[in-house]
Design a binder for this molecule. Structure first.
Ligand code: S3P
Length: 451
């Protein structure tokens, strides 16, 4: 089981590199991987998963599914099998469920447990224990679950699910696919129709996968312009083979590295360009990034493509706040790209970044400043002054247990004039265990950690 104690901080330095070249596949999508394990647990029979992300966050969810009664195994060919227990069939876990660094795992599984009459304790590492859980505690309490949480709705917490859950219609105050998914998961073992109303649509992997497993779920815009996602409870979920596409949030790092490092040309194969996930790529193209979208196709119910990326001179832009949900995890690496652009890049409407694995506005701004970049920070945004390809580097960056802060600033070091050091690269294993090896294969140069 992933646990906070398994990490010893390891600093890592990225050095100015020559052009990056080659073809890569990035690991499976993290959001889809969590969901494949969770929905597999709720289906009766075997769900076979190809391309599951074997990062610590997802492995923690796999372990939690075992404690809740599913049989979860890795097959000899690298695929995974989940033998599910069916909606309503969860077993009470004999020990606390440890979600490590993963907000997605913790919040989605709270939804899952909330619809079952069992008690479970949720724990996580220091980063996850600081993150707000009230956003799921509140709607799940309305559905009949009981929570005992630390002050401010923080982990560790103990949850007793509803004996007979009540369907709700809920408008979330935050644009969050985790909140939406937690409610829909609780709605599965609930009679009647559970509805989530979204002012800003968020990633829809839960809806797509529920449909593929045979649930009745409708998404339509209501008279107030909200997206209403309605799930009919108590379905029988039928296992469905899942091919997990490459993660666009992981691909963001080699893509930005190739754009910024002169003399680069890389191809990233097989990533999902689900419109609710592709905001970074639209933004980079608007900044003048040479990104060619090739071989667009459907795989496993998700739109998938290959990207050819060549080094480019970027220009600063205003990123539309309405795009935030479709690139919410990509702002730190976009801010690094902005540091190399000509002119100013404005990113607003991103208050949610303050409650991710770290306060990503603060962590990104201080990392940029450590590398000589001017940045203005506000409560819900940042404005980065680009240095037209001349970003100096040379800084030491504090990553605050945040994998995406670590990878973003390592990308900076590859393209800057001087190396960039991150204090702790160990958290990269939560989402992209192969990051360093894959980047080295493209020609990236790192120092400071044994291979
Ligand atoms: C995720 C949703 C996003 C994202 C996270 C994964 C998901 O969080 O930041 O990395 O898989 O549902 P929010 O929904 O809370 O914005």
């Amino acid at each position: 089981m992933a646990s906070s104690s398994s990490h010893s901080p390891a600093s890592l330095t990225a050095e100015p590199s020559h052009g990056l070249n080659g073809r890569i596949r990035v690991p499976g999508d993290k959001s889809i991987s969590h969901r494949a394990l969770i929905f597999g647990t709720l289906a009766v029979g075997e769900t076979r998963i190809e391309g599951l992300l074997e990062g610590e966050d997802v492995l923690a969810t796999a372990e939690a599914m075992r404690w809740l009664g599913a049989e979860v195994t890795r097959n000899a060919d690298g695929s995974w099998s989940v033998w599910g227990v069916g909606v309503g069939g969860l077993r009470e876990p004999e020990q606390p469920l440890d979600f490590g660094n993963s907000g997605t795992g913790a919040r989605l599984v709270m939804g899952l447990v909330a619809g079952h009459p069992i008690t479970a304790t949720f724990t996580g590492d220091a980063s996850l224990s600081r993150r707000p859980m009230g956003r799921v505690i509140s709607p799940l309490t309305q559905m009949g679950a009981h929570f005992h949480a630390r002050e401010g709705g923080r982990l560790p917490l103990t949850l007793t699910g509803a004996r007979r859950a009540l369907p709700i219609s809920y408008r979330s105050p935050v644009a969050s696919a985790q909140v939406k998914s937690a409610i829909l998961l609780a709605g599965l073992n609930t009679p009647g129709v559970t509805t989530v109303l979204e002012a800003t649509p968020t990633r829809d992997h839960t809806e797509r996968m529920l449909r593929a497993f045979g649930a009745e779920i409708a998404s339509e815009t209501d008279k107030d312009g909200l997206l209403a996602i309605s799930l009919t409870g108590e379905p029988e979920l039928t296992p469905c083979p899942i091919a997990v596409p490459g993660d666009p949030s992981s691909a963001a790092f080699p893509v930005v590295a190739a754009l910024l490092t002169p003399g680069s040309e890389i191809v990233v194969e097989g990533i999902t360009l689900n419109p609710h996930r592709a905001g970074l790529y639209t933004t980079l193209m608007e900044m003048g990034g040479d990104i060619e979208v090739m071989n667009q196709r459907q795989e496993g119910g998700e739109p998938v493509a290959d990207l050819r990326v060549r080094s480019s001179r970027l220009k600063g832009i205003e990123v539309p706040p309405a795009r935030a949900a479709s690139m919410i995890d990509e702002y730190p690496v976009l801010a690094v790209a902005a540091a190399f652009a000509e002119g100013t890049t404005t990113m607003l409407g991103i208050h949610e970044l303050r409650v991710k694995e770290s306060d990503r506005i603060a962590a990104t701004a201080s990392g940029l400043r450590a590398n000589g970049i001017k940045v203005r920070e506000s409560e819900d945004g940042m404005i980065v002054e680009g240095r037209s390809g001349e970003a100096g580097g040379g800084g030491h960056v504090t990553t605050h247990m945040d994998h995406r802060i670590a990878m973003s600033f390592l990308v900076m070091g590859l393209a800057a004039q001087k190396p960039v050091t991150v204090d702790d690269a160990s958290m990269i294993a939560t989402s992209f265990p192969d990051f360093e090896r894959l980047m080295r294969g493209l020609g990236a140069s790192f120092a400071g950690r044994a291979q």
